[in-house]
Design a protein around this ligand. Structure first.
Ligand code: PLP
Length: 377
């Protein structure tokens, strides 16, 4: 099977597997003071350093969580709680549901930051809105803007947006779950206040993530208990998972130079499918992740394509992978003004550490065959 669904989950890297096997053997609680506990703590702190180095941060500012969803939930609910609700959330129209829904339940006003038709947030709109900001009426502006979109791979101007928000006295949360290991992520260059990560997108295990919090940024815990992670995330740390996350992050950063080769072949695949089948490629004209391609041809439903590709031995997903396995209309493509017919036909091909550039050619051939069989070309 050719696996081309890394944006859903990347296969576990050997470095992560080895580190996790080693951590399993430690078998102690990192909060215990005895020798086995201290050994567990050492592994935990090594992983914290590895993850922090991956984003140019200090280890002490990393809070481990149960995944990207919880990291986003902690950031949004935690800042709202610390500000006692005196804030307005500015949420980009293309955020992952982990941001969108947590923002929706945070109990404070939300405003949408629109994207232009190329899938990039409208900085003029943001600037205009912030220039009319009235702190006494609107509270602190809190922007939620992702680094790279999970469906299209389109990169967002996070540093520019965060600078505007900071100027207006606000805070920025960045969901960098799809950015880590695929583009450079540096919290200081981004100028954000909170940044969410997830292990299983970089070749670590599922169910582990982290929130980076700028020192001094307002954040109240949303889970209470034993006071782990400097009381910001109570609950015994998932040592094995965290150790895998650390090792995977280190390996992902090391392997980043290999991504350029993928971009070249990805572009070639898109050109071939455009000339032979007239596909529409989303985000073709803007900066996007080298390993992601999201495209559609009207009338060829995504489910049909995914099944046909599966039969041909190629694992891809419909535009947005959905937990229920059902295909939902993409809010990302809708936000870009893409019509339903095209949007319902979008599929996503995403590669990673185990992929070879020539696999884009295999995907192209499998897709062309499926389209021919469906008499679409
Ligand atoms: N944010 C983005 C952009 C994602 O792509 C995902 C996963 O698909 C998440 C958050 C959620 O991360 P997790 O699966 O670790 O909860």
């Amino acid at each position: 099977m050719l696996y081309a669904d890394y944006n859903a989950t990347a296969p576990v890297r050997p470095e992560a597997r080895d580190a996790m096997m080693n951590a399993l053997d430690v078998g102690a609680n990192p909060s215990s003071v005895h020798a086995p506990g201290r050994a567990a703590r050492k592994l935990l702190e090594t992983a914290r350093s590895q993850v922090s180095l991956g984003i140019g941060a200090r280890a002490q500012d990393i809070v481990f969580t149960s995944g990207g969803t919880e990291a986003n939930a902690l950031a949004l609910n935690g800042v709202v709680a610390q500000l006692e609700g005196k804030c307005t959330l500015l949420v980009s129209a293309i955020e992952h549901e982990a941001v969108m829904k947590n923002a929706g339940y945070a109990g404070v006003p939300i405003e949408t930051v629109y994207v232009t038709s190329n899938g990039v947030i409208d900085l003029d709109f943001l600037h205009d809105r912030l220039s009319k900001w009235d702190i006494s009426r609107d509270g602190t502006p809190v922007l939620a803007l992702m680094l790279a979109n999970n469906e299209t791979g389109i990169l967002q101007p996070v540093a520019e947006a965060a600078a505007m928000v900071r100027e207006a006295g606000g805070l920025t949360h960045c969901d960098a779950v799809q950015g880590l290991g695929k583009v450079m992520v540096n919290v200081n260059l981004l100028g954000v206040d909170y940044l969410a990560l997830s292990a299983h997108k970089v070749g670590g295990p599922q169910g582990v993530g982290a929130l980076w919090v700028r020192s001094g940024a307002p954040l109240k815990p949303v889970l209470f208990g034993g006071g782990q992670e400097k009381s910001l995330r109570s609950g015994t740390e998932n040592l094995t998972g965290i150790v895998g996350f650390g090792a995977a992050t280190e390996a992902a950063i090391r392997d980043m130079p290999n991504l350029q080769a993928l971009a070249t072949r990805r572009d070639r695949m898109e050109q071939k499918l455009t000339s032979e089948a007239g596909i529409t490629v989303f985000g073709a004209d803007v900066d996007r992740l080298a390993q992601t391609s999201n495209f559609a041809i009207a009338g060829f439903r995504a489910e049909t394509q995914v099944m046909a590709m599966d039969l041909a031995g190629v694992a891809v997903s419909s535009g947005s992978a959905c937990s229920s396995g059902k295909v939902k209309r993409s809010i990302v493509l809708s936000a870009m003004g893409i019509g339903d017919d095209l949007s319902d036909s979008a599929i996503r091909v995403s590669f990673g550490w185990q992929s070879t550039a020539d696999q884009f050619d295999t995907v192209a051939e499998a897709w062309l065959q499926a389209a021919r069989r469906a008499s679409l070309i």
